[in-house]
Ligand binder design. Structure first.
Ligand SMILES: Nc1ncnc2c1ncn2[C@@H]1O[C@H](COP(=O)(O)OP(=O)(O)OP(=O)(O)O)[C@@H](O)[C@H]1O
Ligand SMILES: [Mg+2]
Length: 495
């Protein structure tokens, strides 16, 4: 039986200077369905969501809901109609409790008296419905990313949501947490809620969605029942070409040891030991909170370690600040691009050349030209979607901002590059390009450390993998002993 559409979009277009972000998009979302929305970075997914939530007004087109036609939403109208969005950057107030956050702007009681007990009871009820256990009195700041996301979902449920939109909800989650989120999504569907689910991970499309829509360059290019389309077809629809092997082959021999770390201790990290060689990709596996990011920040000088010896080409080095690191040719590409990676108010070109500028000693006309060339070359090779390299980084799509961070560090020409979650939020096509770039770096005898929560990526790209669990090193695996099972066991402290 064909389900009725809950909401329909007809001929929606949105033009930004130099970019047609939405090009005559028509799509419908049915009752009781989880609808996957996929596409390359910059394809227009987030823009479409913003149209639905009333954050932006389209230039043309209509939204049809309950037999009414709207030419645009406002945030207020969207909320009244039961549309809620969970963006990647959560809208929570960290110092307030979970219950206060759930009912913010929507408190029980009257204006003078907020019935805290009632808010807490209601919040507890919603969590019960979601089958999760969070104390409504906990301050939000004490929650992990996964739980913060649950609070966002609870907030939506408290407002009788009919259409729940999630923009890359699984990007910061571990495998386990993703499973919990999937259960919640399936539960919501049973209750009659429509869910729009944006993701770059195709496994998730197949795990949780009923239908899937593919966008490319602002247009809808494919729509299908998830059961009736293959992974390869989806990729082809997204990137417009076939990608056969997800992980490009690399065959360069390992060279001599470049970086040796002995007994590294610091806050959240207890006794880490490893060596990286020329031409090697050393993977770091672990659950969220295992201490991988901390280890890298100590190494890079972004945080102060307690103790430990670090040797570069056999000689001990003392890194106190990130500047020391960069001077020694060590770069860190951070996982949190918004906080540490780029200046959003700068054009792309300035962001890419920030680190290079420090290396180019004098500002001269020639150097400016050189800097422009480097930026243009990297922007093209990473396929950053933008009308030009003077575009403000803020105006780029999430994945393209991530590419700017990568470009910045590639321009710095480091000997050792630490990638923390290099492909989070990056589409399949660009992912492949990044892997190829990593392989090129290896061929130039550079060393790469790669922290990743993407198991396939770790197994596909690393030469060796170090596993951390609760700040301790629980394993060091060579290629022959790689397996998902072993890594998961080591990461959860079972062996
Ligand atoms: N405020 C803006 N000003 C100018 N261009 C913009 C603005 N917002 C978005 N764009 C452009 O619109 C296009 C679509 O961006 P959008 O954020 O919708 O992509 P996306 O599909 O969500 O990508 P990602 O997977 O990287 O998050 C991009 O080319 C982006 O640069
Ligand atoms: Mg987006």
């Amino acid at each position: 039986m064909q389900e009725k559409a809950l909401l329909e979009l007809r001929h929606i277009s949105k033009q930004y200077p130099g970019v047609l972000a939405l090009n005559d998009v028509s799509v419908n979302f049915k009752k009781n369905e989880v609808h996957g929305l996929i596409g390359e970075n910059g394809a227009g997914k987030s823009t479409l969501i913003k149209v639905l939530s009333g954050a932006i007004t389209p230039d043309r087109g209509e939204i049809i809901l309950d037999g009414n036609t709207y030419t645009g939403m406002t945030p207020y109208l969207a909320q009244n109609l039961g549309i809620a969005v969970i963006y990647q950057e959560f809208n929570l107030l960290p110092s307030l409790s979970v219950a206060e956050n759930v009912f913010i702007g929507n408190m029980h009681g009257n204006r003078l008296f907020i019935d805290r007990r009632k808010c807490e009871e209601k919040t507890a009820e919603i969590f019960k419905r979601m089958c999760i256990n969070i104390n409504p009195r906990t301050p939000v700041r004490e929650l992990s990313v996964a739980y913060k996301q649950m609070v966002e979902i609870a907030k939506a449920l408290s407002k009788n949501v009919r259409l729940l939109i999630m923009d890359e909800p699984t990007a910061p989650l571990t495998t386990n947490e993703t499973e919990i989120l999937f259960d919640i999504v399936r539960g919501l569907k049973k209750e009659g809620v429509t869910v729009i689910f944006i993701t770059h991970r195709l496994v998730e499309v197949f795990a949780v969605t009923d239908r899937v829509t593919v966008m490319r360059d602002g247009a809808m290019v494919r729509e299908a029942a998830t059961g009736e389309i293959s992974r390869d077809e989806l990729i082809k629809a997204m990137v417009g070409r076939q990608i056969n092997d997800t992980y490009p082959k690399r065959d360069c021999p390992l060279g001599k040891p470049v970086l040796e770390v002995t007994e590294l201790h610091g806050k959240g990290v207890k006794g880490i030991n490893f060596t990286v060689h020329e031409g090697e990709i050393l993977g770091f596996a672990g659950l969220v909170g295992a201490g991988r990011t901390e280890t890298m920040r100590f190494l890079f000088g972004a945080d102060k370690k307690k103790s430990g010896v670090v040797k570069l080409n056999g000689a001990e080095i003392h890194i106190r600040t990130p500047k020391d690191s960069v001077a020694l040719g060590i770069g860190l590409i951070p996982e949190d691009r918004k906080q540490h990676g780029v200046v959003l108010g700068f054009p792309i070109r300035w962001n890419i050349s920030l680190t290079v500028l420090k290396l180019i000693s004098r500002f001269s006309f020639l150097n400016m030209l050189k800097e422009k060339k480097i930026s243009e070359k990297l922007s093209a090779s990473l396929d950053i979607k933008t009308p030009g390299i003077m575009q403000l980084t803020r105006n780029l799509s999430g994945g393209n901002q991530q590419k700017v961070v990568l470009a910045k560090w590639l321009a710095a020409n480091c000997r050792i590059l630490i990638f923390d979650e290099p492909t989070r939020g990056i589409d399949v096509g660009a992912r492949y390009e990044i892997y190829k770039l990593m392989n090129n770096l290896c061929a130039q005898k550079k060393a790469i450390i790669m922290v990743s929560s993407d198991m396939e990526e770790l197994l596909g790209m690393s030469d060796r993998i170090i596993v951390l669990c609760e700040g301790r090193q629980t394993g060091a695996l060579t290629k022959e002993s790689f397996s998902q099972e072993t890594i998961l066991k080591l990461a959860s402290g079972q062996i």
